[in-house]
Design a binder for this molecule. Structure first.
Ligand code: NAD
Length: 361
């Protein structure tokens, strides 16, 4: 399959194939849109089965970043990068420096950061070659680990879903099942526990599960059962594609609201959730807390108050989506895509009008 006719191409502005024989770097940088600002999105390192799988992943993720950044009200477009390789065995300082030079060659059109397989220290190496990198631990505006902010935003999103579906302001006494107790899932459990929710948890790492049982009074659930627990809210915080035509009919919850990226296996699974009367908080809206924190670093002067206000606003953004989905009898995921695209389109119109006004003047 080619690039322009690729099913995930989605009108990308620019796709850069990077190769360096000396370091073994093979990477793809996808810039979906710079309409709202420089394209920001993390870099993923993954041993893809073939080049098409890498291309497909980077194109989908990059468009997702345009929508995520638009919905969070950030002055950022959407982009993403993938490095093809095994994060356990293929990393080297030279490889990341080389990647940094490719990012730099785009002159700030794309701003890179961490994603799956990439650590803050890898990005510190990238930053030796380019200033167009965020999510660092050092520097004037360093924003550090985005995960607690992602968790806070997800907690706000759960509150919005609970309010909309169950009509209650608080999660106190509600049963919430959290799949994955990693960087985000753990912090989310902390917020939920403090707010009085009753927790059910699962992770492939038994040690962290036992820790949650002790720390939060959580009930441990086997990994293959957590999604199907009889609870008020399911919060996927581990893998993508957990919501699909096989799993959705088996869910025993009325709300799915979690931080994992790409929770829907197919776009049409959003409609399937609606058919089963399950309220779904679109992933890229509820999990935007981390990119909001990174955006504060990109702005150049980290402002914690600005971050907190934006992360709190995830509640309102989701409420609007839920209400519009009810009114238009559409799935929440389709409505979110529509609103995000509307925001980008209206920015394109504003830019075009500005240029026309300049010509007339
Ligand atoms: P992480 O790698 O720290 O945590 C993932 C956890 O899921 C790990 O503890 C892992 O053991 C567990 N896990 C893996 N497979 C599992 C399974 N089958 N069942 C149960 N648990 C399983 O990742 P993270 O940073 O916490 O991110 C979690 C999700 O949220 C990912 O999908 C990520 O893309 C998304 N996300 C994260 C951020 C962020 O700020 N970190 C921002 C936006 C979206």
């Amino acid at each position: 399959m080619g690039v322009y006719n690729h099913e995930a191409f989605a009108d990308h502005e620019q796709v850069v194939f990077c190769h360096d024989e000396k370091t073994g770097l093979k990477a793809i940088i996808a810039v979906h849109s710079t309409v709202l600002g420089p394209a920001a999105g993390g870099c993923r390192m993954w041993a893809y089965r073939d080049d098409d799988a890498a291309l497909c992943d980077v194109l989908r993720l990059s468009k997702g970043m345009s929508y995520k950044n638009a919905m969070a009200g950030l002055n950022l477009g959407g982009g993403k990068a993938v490095i093809i390789g095994d994060a356990k065995t293929d990393k080297s300082e030279e490889l990341f420096r080389c990647y940094g030079r490719f990012v730099d060659s785009l002159g700030g059109k794309y701003i890179t950061a961490e994603d799956v397989g990439i650590s803050v220290s890898d990005m510190e190496v990238v930053s030796q070659e380019t200033p167009h990198v965020a999510g660092l631990n050092s520097g004037l505006a360093a924003s550090g680990d985005p995960s607690p902010f992602t968790a806070r935003g997800t907690f706000n999103g759960i509150r919005a879903a609970v309010k909309h579906r169950l009509g209650t302001e608080s999660v106190r006494g509600l049963k919430v099942a959290v799949q994955g107790l990693g960087h985000v899932g753990w912090h989310l459990c902390k917020y939920l526990h403090e707010a009085g929710a009753v927790l059910f948890v699962a992770d492939i790492n038994d040690e962290v599960v036992q820790h949650a049982v002790k720390e939060f009074g959580a009930t441990a659930v086997p990994c293959d059962e957590i999604l199907f627990a009889s609870v008020d809210v399911i919060a996927p915080c581990a893998l993508g594609a957990v919501l699909n035509e096989t799993s959705i009919p088996l869910l025993k919850t009325s709300i799915v609201a979690g931080a994992a990226n790409n929770q829907l296996a197919k776009t049409s699974d959003g409609e399937l959730l609606r058919t089963w009367d399950i309220l779904y908080a679109p992933d890229y809206v509820i999990n935007a807390g981390g990119i909001i924190n990174v955006a504060a670093e990109i702005e150049g002067s980290y402002d914690r108050k600005w971050v907190d206000t934006k992360v709190a606003a995830i509640y309102d953004v989701l409420m609007d989506i839920f209400e519009r989905a009810d009114k238009e009898k559409g799935s929440t995921s389709d409505i979110a895509d529509l609103i995000a695209q509307e925001k980008i389109d209206s920015a394109v119109k504003a830019v075009t009008k500005g240029k026309q006004d300049q010509i007339v003047a």
